[in-house]
Design a binder for this molecule. Structure first.
Ligand code: HEM
Length: 404
């Protein structure tokens, strides 16, 4: 029997999937010293951790509060979570999203692609994937779109805070400083929107009310900070990961190019195969007996999404990237539901899942229209990096621009 893998080791960072297999097969419920948490790797256990309220979100506090400047829905539970999620959720639902924000998404994709439309080479991450979701959120909020670069710098510093896991004090301080600057920038805007609300998302957040509960200024600044980081980096990795996966399987790329109704399936399969958020944490409210061991009450649990998404008891040929899998996605314009755990499940199911899906679909279609051929510039697939959030840091492509 192999040793239990260390999810903080360099080998794991280079390629976590062999370690996930060892965990699923030999150590489905195991304590990991480095993260002081219990690892869950099987599909059924991770699914249960997302759905069963005995797994709470209380332990997020230490990690998220400093950089978002306050509590957000990710770490709330019970009624508090339900009310606060209901205050923000309407803008991210199908009809409202498509009617109000689809043009915003299309415009931002077009503007970014225009900057390298004639290029024969480009880094798709730097030119597109990392900027597109941040620009979209800024515009949805109705903030100053001439300041996209400034928001991107704030976003990069906040995201750096997470990647750093508080090890380098300078990086940690830069993240918290960015968050304070963002809040200071937002406060006067919030006050103006409270007086004169418009049709933008920030105005909706300022005016939303449920049973007498409204969002305070601090609730709003923390939520915007959450939106930029939770919605930015994940979508960046989702776009870059999907193109990398398709380019590594040219027959599937050509199938998508020829039949664009396959884009949602390519997105769903890419999220299954290489989920941007590889792991998320929960805490046990009481002892939880599972098939493989009992997790004691009050323990931290790391739910390994990347492992669950490749569980051979749930998927045929789990290590094969195949956009033609049966029943992978409903391909419904108003839903992001698909058979994978990349958006979690249950009450904390990603509130921005449909926005992410819409962004990736619009972005992918426009990129495929703009470039009739794409390939890895140096001939080899770009590698993923990162342990908690994982995806290509660069995607250097050789491109053939479409005529005209
Ligand atoms: C929650 C993944 C895009 C906003 C989550 C969770 C996951 C996730 C796994 C659950 C966290 C937990 O239960 O602890 C992703 C992935 C994305 C993506 C893979 C891209 C492909 C977005 C976007 C937004 C967003 C575009 C908004 C702009 C949120 C928020 C939550 C959340 C606010 C908290 C929901 C709650 O706690 O009720 N996301 N996300 N995400 N996501 Fe996303």
């Amino acid at each position: 029997v192999p040793e239990p893998p260390d999810i903080l080791s360099p080998q794991f960072a280079a390629d976590p999937y062999p370690a996930y297999r060892v965990l699923r097969e030999h150590y489905p419920v195991v304590f990991h010293e480095g993260t002081a948490s219990w690892l869950l790797s099987r599909y059924d256990d991770v699914e249960r951790a997302f759905r069963d309220p005995v797994f709470t979100t209380d332990n997020y506090d230490w990690q998220l509060e400093p950089v978002h400047g306050g509590r957000t829905i990710v770490q709330m539970s019970g009624r508090e979570h339900a009310v606060h999620r209901a205050l923000v959720a309407p803008a991210f639902r199908g009809r409202e999203l498509r009617e109000k924000f689809l043009p915003v998404i299309e415009r931002n994709a077009r503007e970014l692609i225009d900057r390298f439309r004639d290029a024969r080479r480009a880094d798709l991450v730097d030119e597109f994937a990392t900027r597109f979701p941040v620009n979209v959120i800024v515009d949805m909020l109705g903030l100053d779109r001439t300041e996209h670069d400034r928001f991107h710098a704030w976003y990069a510093a906040v995201v750096g805070f997470f990647a750093n896991l508080s090890q380098d004090p300078e990086v940690a301080e830069a993240g918290m400083r960015a968050s304070r600057e963002l809040a200071a920038y937002l406060l006067p805007v919030i006050h103006r929107r409270r007086d004169e609300p418009g049709t933008d998302l920030l105005s909706s957040l300022c005016t939303a009310e449920i049973d007498g509960t409204v969002m305070t200024d601090q609730d709003i600044t923390s939520f915007v900070s959450l939106l930029l980081s939770a919605g930015g980096e994940t979508t960046d990795k989702a776009i870059a990961g999907m193109f990398r996966n398709l380019l590594a399987h040219p027959d599937q790329l050509e199938a998508v190019r020829a039949d664009r109704s396959l884009v949602p399936a390519a997105f769903a399969e890419s999220l299954r195969f290489t989920p941007p958020l590889q792991m998320i944490m929960r805490q046990t409210a009481e002892d939880v007996p599972l098939d493989g061991g009992t997790i004691p009450a009050g323990a931290t649990v790391t739910c390994l999404i990347g492992a669950a998404n490749r569980d051979g008891t749930h998927y045929a040929r789990p290590d094969t990237f195949d956009i033609h899998r049966a029943d992978l996605t409903t391909a419904n314009a108003f839903s992001a539901a698909a058979d994978h755990l990349a958006f979690a499940l249950g009450r904390h199911f990603c509130v921005g899942a449909l926005l992410a899906k819409t962004e990736v679909e619009v972005g992918a279609n426009q990129l495929l229209d703009a470039f009739t051929e794409m390939d890895f510039a140096d001939g080899t697939p770009a590698a993923d990096a990162g342990v908690f959030v994982r995806g290509p840091l660069r995607l250097d492509l050789s491109l053939t621009p479409a005529a005209g």
